[in-house]
Write a protein that binds this ligand. Structure first.
Ligand SMILES: Cc1cc2nc3c(=O)[nH]c(=O)nc-3n(C[C@H](O)[C@H](O)[C@H](O)COP(=O)(O)OP(=O)(O)OC[C@H]3O[C@@H](n4cnc5c(N)ncnc54)[C@H](O)[C@@H]3O)c2cc1C
Length: 297
């Protein structure tokens, strides 16, 4: 296509950018390194009527095997910065949480340790109100900068509708920065807490396998999704190259060249069995990209 803004590539496999390793090509992939470039790409997409999607580290993402017929954006450079201040930090939407946890911890700022368990970016974490160990992004977020083709605006955390693994952000709204409020503390104590959290994760979840984290949200009530799925005998259940983890039943592993269709088939059967056995309808936490249909049960 003529008139492509600089930095946009065509026909790029999304499987490269997801932790589960499935997904077809994005018609266009833009990796802007600053806000002006991002806005130019968004304006181009609007002019040419391309649908827009944004991805972070693809750690909670299932793209369609047919790919995405529009512009997929990944934030880099300035849009992935980590700036630490005396009582908090400003992170670009593309900043990796793992790097941010290390940097704020070394600077003696506590309150963000929980994010060591979440292998995504700041933008993805705001969209998902990601959380672990009893804390969520909403507990530390002060403001978020949000970009769309219309430009950038800063929004208070309280106005983002952040609840359990949910925000009110619309699909075309891109988090380009987030301001966090943190508390001064001893860096050694922060490092110790991070080590403890990481140890707990390694014991409970598959760590080396290709997954996208929790498949389903917890339904509330006494049992977690993982416990319900395990009680249905689903550990080890396999469709094509995708398999429900033997270590934690709310994880799906790509064990052998899985497709997104394999994953959807597993999710559909898992939901069906939980509904049949417990009368509970599970809702998926994983986000989809492109034409993916996860049938209701
Ligand atoms: C091993 C493992 C463990 C995990 N543990 C946890 C956990 O403990 N707690 C938890 O909450 N999650 C967990 N996750 C899931 C995942 O890491 C989080 O949901 C994370 O917040 C997703 O961030 P991401 O950058 O990878 O987003 P992606 O997966 O790339 O995208 C997820 C959603 O966010 C949107 N998005 C991405 N970037 C932006 C942006 N800049 N602006 C607006 N929207 C954006 C995407 O469009 C998509 O809708 C885990 C995943 C794995 C693989």
């Amino acid at each position: 296509m003529s008139g492509l803004p600089p930095g946009i590539e065509c026909d790029v496999p999304l499987s490269r950018f997801t932790t589960i390793g499935t997904g077809g090509p994005a018609a266009f992939l833009g990796q802007p390194t600053e806000e002006a470039a991002l806005i130019a790409m968004l304006a181009w997409a609007e002019r040419t009527a391309q649908p827009i999607a944004v991805i972070g580290l693809g750690s909670n993402l299932l793209p369609a095997d047919a790919g995405f017929p529009g512009l997929v954006l990944r934030l880099e450079g300035q849009l992935a910065r980590i700036e630490v201040g005396p009582a908090g930090a400003v992170l670009g939407g593309g900043a990796s949480l793992a790097a941010a946890v290390r940097k704020v911890g070394d600077a003696g700022l506590a309150g963000f340790e929980f994010a060591c368990a979440i292998p995504g970016t700041m933008g993805g974490a705001v969209r998902m109100n990601a959380g672990a160990y009893g804390r969520e992004i909403v507990d530390v977020l002060v403001t978020a900068t949000i970009c769309s083709a219309a430009g950038a605006r800063t929004v208070e955390a309280a106005d983002l509708g952040l609840t359990y693994r949910h925000s009110d952000l619309a699909p075309g709204e891109i988090v380009t920065a987030a301001e966090l409020a943190l508390t001064p503390a001893d860096p050694a104590a922060i490092r110790e807490l991070v080590r403890e959290y990481q140890g707990r994760r390694t014991a409970a979840q598959p760590r080396k396998a290709r997954t996208f984290g929790s498949v389903f949200k917890n339904p509330g009530g006494e049992r977690t999704s993982g416990q319900l799925l395990e009680a249905c005998g689903l550990k080890g259940y396999r469709v094509g190259g995708a398999c429900i983890s033997e270590k934690h039943a709310n994880f799906i592993e790509n064990v052998d060249h899985a497709t997104s269709a394999d994953v959807v088939a597993l999710m559909t059967e898992a939901r069906r069995r939980v509904k049949e056995q417990f009368g509970i309808e599970l809702h998926h936490e994983v986000q989809t990209l492109g034409e993916i249909h996860i049938p209701a049960v």
